[in-house]
Design a protein around this ligand. Structure first.
Ligand code: SF4
Length: 398
C-alpha cells in the first residue's frame, strides 16, 4: 500500500488526531524496511496478544494502514475462546441437575463438543431453554448478592484472566461469599500462553514472532514487568498497549524501533495513563492469598504448565470441583469438526482460513468458541472484517 493513498482513511479513523497518526504511520513506513533488514526477514510478524487489541485493529482497519510486510496476528487473549469444553460440559450437567448457575453473558452461547443427554444440550443457552436455572450476571458481586437471598445451591462459573481474578479474590478474602455459592474456576494466566505461542511459531518453522503487543488491562494488575521475559529471554520486543487505534500504531512503531536499534532489554509501557511497571500490588496480594497457580487446559491447545488459578485449600469449601467430586480429566481434542480456533488463537491462521467462517459459523450461531465473545478473533472479523473487504475492493478498483 502506498502511504500517500491513505489520508482519507486516516482522517476518518483518527479525526482530530490525524496529524499525529500520519506522523506515526509515516515513521512506520520508513523504519519497516530497516527493521526487516535487521531481522533478515521478508515479513515482520507481530502478535496482538489480546482480543481487545484484535478488536481495535480490525474495527479501525489498521491492518490496511500499515505496510503489508507487517503481519499482525491474533493471539490467545480471549478467556471465552480458551475455556475448555469439558468445563462448560460440567457446568451444563450441574445446571440440568438443579444448581443455579451464574455466568457472564458471553459464556452463555459457548458451544460444547460433547452434549448433555446425547444431542440435546450443547450450551448454557440451550440448558436455560430447557428450564435449567442459568442466570447471566455482570460480576461476581451480583452472584454473591443473589445467592445470599435465594439460598439455593448455586455455582459461579469463574472464567477470566488476571484482570478478573482480583474481583473474585477480594470477596473470598473478605468472607463475603455465602456457603451455598460454589466457585468453578476456569481462570487462566496470560504470560504462559504467550510463551507457548512464541515457542510454537519457532518450532513449527513458520516466521518467528518478532514483537508482542502486550495486554493493557491484564498489565494494570500484573504490571508491564511481567512481560520482561519476552525481551530478556527471547529478545522479542513487547509493548504494553492501550486500546485506542493510536495506541496500537504507536506500539507497532515502538516495536519496529526496538528491532532496528536492537535495544530490546525490557518491556516498553505505552499505556502509562493506566498501567505501571509494577502493577497493582493490592490486587496481586488478593490473588496470591486466595488462589494457587496450577497447570491448566486451554481449549483446542491442551495443557499449558502453570497457566491456571484454582482456589487455595483454605477456600476448598467453595471449590465446586472439590465439593462435587469433579475430577480433572486428561485433555482430549475439544473443538468441533473443522473449527480452526486453536490455530486462530495461536496466530497460526486467520479466521478467514477456516472453512466454517461465516458459513456454518456466524455470531448468531457460533460453531466454535472464537465466534462467541467480542474478544474472539472470529467474532471480531465477522463483525468488522467487512471494513477490510471494502477497502480491498476500493484498492482494486482504484
Ligand atoms: S470461524 Fe467458527 S469454526 Fe472457524 S475457527 Fe472461527 S469459531 Fe472456529
Amino acid at each position: 500500500m502506498d502511504f500517500s493513498l491513505l489520508p482519507k482513511q486516516i482522517e476518518a479513523v483518527f479525526r482530530e488526531n490525524s496529524l499525529l497518526a500520519k506522523s506515526i504511520l509515516s515513521q512506520i513506513y520508513q523504519i519497516t524496511p530497516l527493521a526487516m533488514q535487521k531481522l533478515k526477514r521478508e515479513r515482520i510478524k507481530i502478535m496482538n496478544f489480546c482480543g481487545s487489541h484484535e478488536w481495535t485493529t480490525t474495527h479501525y482497519g489498521l491492518r490496511y494502514m500499515i505496510p503489508k510486510e507487517i503481519e499482525l496476528i491474533p493471539g490467545p487473549g480471549c478467556p471465552v475462546c480458551v475455556t475448555p469444553s469439558s468445563d462448560i460440559e460440567n457446568i451444563i450437567k450441574l445446571a440440568m441437575e438443579g444448581f443455579r448457575i451464574y455466568t457472564f453473558g458471553d459464556v452463555f452461547k459457548l458451544p460444547t463438543v460433547k452434549h448433555y443427554k446425547k444431542d440435546e444440550v450443547g450450551s448454557l443457552a440451550v440448558a436455560k431453554s430447557m428450564n435449567a436455572d442459568v442466570q447471566i450476571v455482570y460480576s461476581f458481586i451480583d452472584a454473591v448478592d443473589d445467592a445470599k437471598h435465594n439460598k439455593k445451591p448455586s455455582i459461579f462459573m469463574g472464567i477470566g484472566f488476571e484482570t478478573t481474578a482480583p474481583s473474585y479474590a477480594i470477596l473470598f478474602e473478605r468472607n463475603k461469599v455465602p456457603e451455598n455459592l460454589l466457585f468453578y474456576s476456569s481462570l487462566r494466566l496470560t504470560a504462559p500462553a504467550a510463551e507457548y505461542a512464541i515457542k510454537l511459531h519457532k518450532d513449527k518453522g513458520s516466521i518467528p514472532i518478532s514483537g508482542v503487543i502486550a495486554p493493557g488491562h491484564v498489565s494494570t494488575i500484573i504490571g508491564a514487568m511481567s512481560w520482561d521475559f519476552l525481551p530478556k529471554e527471547y529478545k522479542i520486543p513487547a509493548v504494553v498497549t492501550g486500546f485506542e487505534p493510536m495506541d496500537v500504531i504507536a506500539s507497532i512503531l515502538k516495536i519496529l524501533q526496538m528491532i532496528y536499534t536492537e535495544n530490546i532489554s525490557y518491556t516498553e509501557l505505552e499505556y502509562k495513563r493506566v498501567a505501571t511497571r509494577e502493577g497493582n500490588k493490592y490486587a496481586q496480594n488478593a490473588i496470591n492469598k486466595v488462589f494457587v497457580v496450577t497447570d491448566a487446559i486451554w481449549r483446542g491447545i491442551g495443557l499449558i504448565p502453570k497457566s491456571g488459578l484454582a482456589l487455595q485449600e483454605k477456600y476448598s469449601k467453595y471449590d465446586a470441583k472439590e465439593q462435587l467430586g469433579i475430577k480433572d480429566v486428561p485433555w482430549d481434542y475439544d473443538l468441533p469438526p473443522n473449527c480452526k480456533c486453536a490455530e486462530v488463537t495461536l496466530g497460526m491462521a486467520y479466521p478467514t482460513d477456516c472453512p466454517m467462517f461465516m458459513k456454518a459459523c456466524t455470531p448468531a450461531k457460533p460453531w466454535g468458541p472464537c465466534m462467541v465473545s467480542m474478544e474472539g478473533a472470529c467474532s471480531v472479523w465477522a463483525r468488522f472484517g467487512s471494513v477490510q473487504k471494502v477497502l480491498n475492493i476500493m484498492d482494486e478498483v482504484r
